[in-house]
Design a binder for this molecule. Structure first.
Ligand SMILES: Cc1cc2nc3c(=O)[nH]c(=O)nc-3n(C[C@H](O)[C@H](O)[C@H](O)COP(=O)(O)O)c2cc1C
Ligand code: SF4
Length: 429
């Protein structure tokens, strides 16, 4: 490339009317340590402020449960909540603190966790079709080992009435996010959460208007986005996070996903964040190498299908690769998750040409193991992460290279019972 990565990655861009000062985006992560009742804590705010200080041009706040269904079935605990007006003042406190650093902040919300939810007494999980999540042992990310893999409880097919119920609750949650001052929202439609189960024919076998053609599989999101748009008006940024590829032998590839994305885009979405794989192909979702989504051509297929749509990509932390993709017009923003846990100053260091000072993520996923065990997330390469408020993360020890022996986790496998006993034995919270 002709221009230096710092020059390219320092250029501003826009999502709807929102100007973002550079290309670095904090990828949404459920690492915020909110209060037990789902409000942002001082630590939640300190974590985000630290990433704003480190140079990220946009923060995406991860892991928000947006509806009463989402709260009751949430696989990660506790999550920040937006299912009631009483959460607005605390959400506003978070937004105001980030805005003091002149960085915009978007709230990612999860209306329902679909087949990844935890079922309860008389409360089965719901998805497009009754297809459970199967985590095959060879498809787990680095640092995980589950002999024989694991299969989640089978969800029930969600009814049209329930779809509309979730939609109404989602619109209410977005209104709350807007009232709290968030600069936009992102609907989590990836990983096998509710919306994503509709997008791929592998997990959507419906014969009603929500199944079959790409247009029908996009319908749940199209209707939800239109309803949100009606509530928040034309100028409020609405994003969607979706997969580009199931990476499974019977799964949907990038052309199929891009076809669905065209319908979603036409409903009035302002940006699409591209992730790879899902809970059944976690090796693709949490790669070690930078830039797979570019190397496999998936981002380019989305760009061709959606000219002019702001696109963000995951797991491309190599500055040169990222800058080339921006310069070639393939992508607009660079989502960084683990690298900003390992080094919140990564954006500033790249922009200042101080690459030799960067603390690089080791991709051993100790952070993710902690998330799965509902232990406050810290980082093995950065002692400050998870303790930014100075209060110190709750003490918890997890064995490195944890073998999730015949147990697994509620997040990945929906088997909370075995985890609960493992957790109480191994983890002193
Ligand atoms: C500890 C942890 C928590 C995460 N929580 C979320 C989340 O709440 N929402 C989401 O969309 N992705 C979540 N992710 C996925 C990341 O946003 C990102 O897609 C993934 O880590 C791959 O990007 P990376 O290679 O930059 O880490 C999480 C990842 C980690 C490691
Ligand atoms: S614990 Fe830190 S270094 Fe290890 S994978 Fe997570 S972010 Fe990277």
């Amino acid at each position: 490339m002709m221009t230096s990565p710092a020059t390219v990655l320092s250029t501003p861009w826009k999502i709807n009317g929102l100007t973002i000062k550079n290309r670095f985006v904090l990828s949404p992560m459920a690492v915020l340590q909110p209060t037990e009742d789902g409000r942002p804590s001082d630590q939640s705010i300190a974590f985000l402020v630290r990433r704003a200080q480190g140079g990220a041009g946009l923060l995406m706040v991860g892991g928000g449960a947006a509806t009463s269904r989402g709260v009751s079935e949430a696989p990660f605990q506790p999550l920040m909540r937006s299912d009631d007006d009483r959460y607005i003042p605390d959400l506003k406190r978070l937004v105001d603190a980030v805005h003091e650093h002149e960085v915009p902040v978007i709230h990612q919300i999860f209306p329902s966790f679909g087949a990844m939810g935890i079922p309860g007494e008389g409360r089965p999980t719901r998805a497009a079709s009754p297809k459970p999540v199967h985590m095959g042992a060879p498809r787990l990310p680095n640092g995980f080992f589950i002999p024989g893999g694991r299969t989640n409880p089978t969800p029930e097919e969600i009814t049209k009435e329930e779809i509309l119920e979730v939609q109404g609750a989602t619109v209410d949650a977005v209104r709350r996010c807007k009232e709290a001052g968030f600069d936009g929202i992102e609907l989590g439609a990836h990983m096998r959460y509710l919306y994503s189960s509709f997008l791929s024919p592998r997990t959507n076998w419906r014969t009603d208007e929500y199944g079959g053609s790409a247009e029908n599989r996009a319908r749940i999101l199209v209707e939800t986005i239109r309803a949100i748009r009606e509530e928040v008006g034309d100028n409020y940024p609405i994003g969607v996070r979706m997969s580009v590829n199931d990476h499974l032998p019977d799964g949907q590839g990038p052309e199929g996903y891009a076809e669905v994305a065209k319908h979603i885009a036409a409903a009035g979405v302002d940006c699409i964040a591209l992730t790879d794989g899902n809970y059944e192909s976690m090796d693709a979702n949490l790669p070690r190498e930078s830039g797979a989504i570019l190397a496999h051509g998936e981002a380019q297929i989305f760009r061709d299908a959606l000219p002019g749509m702001p696109l963000l990509i995951s797991s491309t932390y190599d500055p040169e690769q990222a800058a080339t993709a921006v310069e070639e017009g393939i992508i607009d923003g660079l989502m960084l998750a683990r690298q900003l846990l390992a080094d919140p100053d990564f954006p500033n260091k790249i922009l200042a040409g101080r690459e030799s000072d960067i603390t690089w993520c080791d991709h051993n996923n100790s952070c993710l193991r902690r998330l799965i065990f509902n232990v406050p997330v810290t980082c093995s390469k950065n002692r400050e992460t998870g303790r930014e408020s100075g209060a110190g993360a709750r003490k918890a020890t997890l064995p490195q290279n944890l073998v999730v022996g015949a147990t697994g986790s509620p997040v990945l496998m929906g088997i909370a019972d075995k985890l609960a006993s493992a957790k109480s034995k191994k983890v002193k919270a």
